[in-house]
Design a protein around this ligand. Sequence first.
Ligand code: AMP
Length: 493
Amino acid sequence: MAETPKFPAHPYLGSNPDSPKDECGLFGIYGMSDAATLTALGMHALQHRGQESGGIVAFDENQFNSHRAIGLVGDNFNSPEVMQGLNGSMAVGHVRYSTSGDTALRNVQPLFSEFKFGGLAMAHNGNLTNAYTLRKKLIDRGCIFQSTSDTETIIHLIAISEYSRVIERITDALSHVEGAYSLIAMTQKKLIGLRDSHGVRPLVIGKLGDAYILTSETCALDIIDAEYVRDVEPGEIVMIDEDGLTSVKPFKKRPSRFCIFEYIYFARPDSVMEDKNVYACRKSIGAEMAREHAIDADLIVPIPDSGVPAAIGYSEESKIPFELGIIRNHYVGRTFIEPSDQIRHLGVRLKHNANAAYLKGKRVILVDDSIVRGTTSLKIVEMVRNAGASEVHMRISSPPTAYSCFYGIDTPERSQLMASNMNLDEMRKHIGVDSLAFISMDGLYRAVGELKRNDDPQYCDACFTGEYPIPLTDHQDQAEPNLLTLLKEPNIS
Ligand code: AMP
């Protein structure tokens, strides 16, 4: 394991209601009438990437129209009035998921701004690691920020760029930016998509007839029966306009570091990412775990839904029967988004129930994708024991999450991560299981198709190793840690 990085606790994490640490989903379409309706459908397919707010900006040949709201896509983009206000054959949409219950409408994306060259809408998935530092400089030179979103930093950099063509201005802006970002931008004439040079966050290209689509995951193509063309490559900028799709790679080539946690937990299992089916990867992790951490038991029980594919893989490999010994209530949001510990505990109880008839007297192997704070595991184990299980073992389809993610996956600060405070046996005792094991790092890499983890790793796995491939500039600079909270008044939504 790597040494603890020497930077202060992340100032945004856990406390700041305007936290820019978002997990997000992107969808953009060029060249099809009713673009906004298709965008809303795509956003619905991406709802797992962000449940807190959503927005669409559409261009109707004359002007940009936008609708942005707190809440689920199905609740906000379902009325004829809203959709009729979003006419046009080009649109970009965004779903967002942040840590806090208090989300200001000003931070809901896509952000839209007027530039010298016309309007531009921008949607972002990821997290910039030098947004504070840049913001400070931009404010010093007179820029006025309307939101606390790091996406706005990119917008200001585009505005002050001295280049004339949009694409040059975007490239210039991004040459100042560090972090993980997949972006979709829309001007009056073009849809533009790009990924950072390490390709940490996903972005794929699709086609529907003559129309082009850019989106975070292929499940958003499937929902509208569009065809998957390919992934946008790390460091690539694709531009779609009346001449079709063109591509440039203006940035220095860097090693690809796609986020391995997308395979473990975050992406939808039916999506294909970098040519790999996510469900197949999760099943392979389960099979690897069955080989690495075999134990005799009567049942494999997933913690639904996140543990299901790995549990199936474990069961197939070990020949121990798979049963739904825990039932999930789907009408509760992810426990993770609840703001306080008290509610988080309550959330877990609301969400899962033991299927006692199947657990009584059984030796049970519980499978989940990750342990973060340990809240879910603790409650579930207690529940399974109360239902009469004779033994409870736990297998986790990721290595211990010991470090925070600074590249766009919401994780608490290190002090709250169970694996950064306890060793394996302490975790086992704390959760109350008879045995606890995590997939090994090489086992994980094997499951996603590599021979082993290289010293120069093929993926970003910083949440497990603490090896951060992109500088964490803001986190080393303690000068003005609250700069992003300039707009500190409560909701202005
Ligand atoms: P915890 O209860 O804090 O240990 O969180 C672990 C549970 O949260 C697991 O069931 C995971 O499926 C889920 N989880 C892991 N990472 C995230 C995340 N970034 N956002 C939401 N849920 C997560």
